[in-house]
Each structure stands twice: as C-alpha cells, then as structure tokens.
Design a protein around this ligand. Sequence first.
Ligand SMILES: [Zn+2]
Length: 321
Amino acid sequence: MKKTVLVLVLGFIMLLPTNVFGWSEHGLMTAQVIGSLSWVKDYNNITITPYTYHKYDNSVYNEKFIIKYLEGSVGDKTDALTILSIYSDEPDWDMDTDLNLSRFQILTGNSQGYRHQRYVAFGGLLRAGVAHKRVQHFYNLSRIAFKNNDAYWGFRFLARSLHFLQDLTQPQHALPAPNNIIIREIIDIRSFTIMCVNHHLTLEDYYQTTQIKNGNEEYIKTLREAKPARIRNPYKSAIIASRRARRLIGNLWNRMENFFGREISAKSRFNITQDELQLLLTNPAKQEARVKLDQTVLTALNLFSSYSKGLVEFARRDIKF
Ligand SMILES: [Zn+2]
C-alpha cells in the first residue's frame, strides 16, 4: 500500500510546473522587513567588490548563471538594505536550473525545486529538497566574506541565505495540498496536479503579489512589525520554519476555495485576470472570505518576516560584522 502511494506521489510531483518555487517578490518584501530594523541603515558606506569566492563555494551552478551588479559597478558605494533587498531574489535568477544534483530531484520538479524546497509527506516517509541546507551554505559564505572584511559579499551571501529561508515559509512548498485532499484525489494524478497548480499559481502570482504591489497596509504592517525569530542555528531554524508553514496548508486550501470559488479546485486550469482579481478584492460579498484568506497568508508572511529578521539579527551577533 505504502509503495503504491509513493509511486502516485512521485508521478504527481513530476507533473508540477517547473516555475513554481517560492514567494513572489522576495526583494520588495525583504525591503519592508529589513527596512524596519533600525541598525541596518548604519551600514551605508559599502564598496561593491568583485566576486572572489570560487574557492570557497564548491556547489555546482548553472553555467549560464553570471554575477550581475544591479545597484552599480565594482568600486561604487552601496548600503546593506539595498544589497539584502536586491539579492534576496538572486537565487531565482537561474542559479540552480538545469543541474543534475540528485536522483531525487525529480520529486521536486527539477534541480531548482530541489534546492528551493523541503518537501516532507506521509509522516516523513517521503522527503525531498535541500532548501534548509542552502540557508546554512550561504550563511557560511557570508561569514567568510565578513571575516575577509568584504561587507559587500557578506551581505550579498546573507541575502541568498535569506531567500532560501523565506522560500521555506511558503506552506505550499512544504505540502502541495492537505492530506485528506491528497488521499481523495491522488488516484487521478493529472487532475490532482492541475488542482494544486491552480492553488499555487493563484496564490503566488496573483493574490500575494497583488497585495504587496498594491501596498496593502495590513501586509506591509505584518512584514514590518513581525518579531524576530530566535535563531541560534540557521539550519535548524530553517527546518522549524518549514514545519510551521506546513501546518497552514489545510486552512490555506479551504480559504482559497472560499475566496476564489470551487473552480480553483476544479480539474481544469483556473485563470483569473488582474481586473477580475481587483473586482473580487473589492466585492462586498467576498469580504468575509477575503479577511479569512488574508489571515492565513499573513500568518505565513509573519513567518517570512520573523525568520528573515531572526537570521539577520543572528548574523550580526554571531559574525559580529
Ligand atoms: Zn526560490
């Protein structure tokens, strides 16, 4: 029986789209989160330096990935908030695509999915993904750079570490659907996959992105006011963050259905335009459902902010930069 379930789950995961790997707009959200830490603005005279860490980073990356400097050129000045905000998006710039990392990467879609998720199902029977290890990997590089008096790469590696920790706070990256839905629907893998993709894309590419880009006050307030998580070990905290996010998947699934309608769980692709979403967001009949959905998304974003702040605060104490 267990074997059958495993094969079905593998088949289902292989059908997941390859472009679904975490919250949208890491940079915009990180700017709010880290901008709320008053001490960060003191790091405002940082010289942009060239990348000289090949010998310290033994991980493989996509050959097409090149280091870009979006805020200026080597030798120019920048500040910590700018570096942390811009480069918290960097791991999504094809760094981890088209790689052969593990025979288990197929469980998470592909190599990028493998590095950006930590997937645990059926009480630990099925595990895939190393996002928690990538949090620690880039944290270690950040320490090396700071110890080398290179604040630029110290903060830039810390931004990459933040990215992976933030990905782990997205509930759908810990479990694609609640257990009861998986058990009920897994027989028809193709339809089940469409159902999960509908929920996933609608949350990340429409709902969450729109609320952030609209500057929704509650969203901004949550990101700015979350209390820093107490972090003593980035690796262990990443695992705890993903466990906490996984607990939200049941509520998230139901509340997405209540707000967007049962069609989101239909066995065909669910599409919504930005105009339709704006109408839903202001529709008086939808306000109760919107408030409840916001509660769940904001709980996840509270984790996003809390763990991001916790990691940066921990780095400051631990690395003493
Ligand atoms: Zn990611």
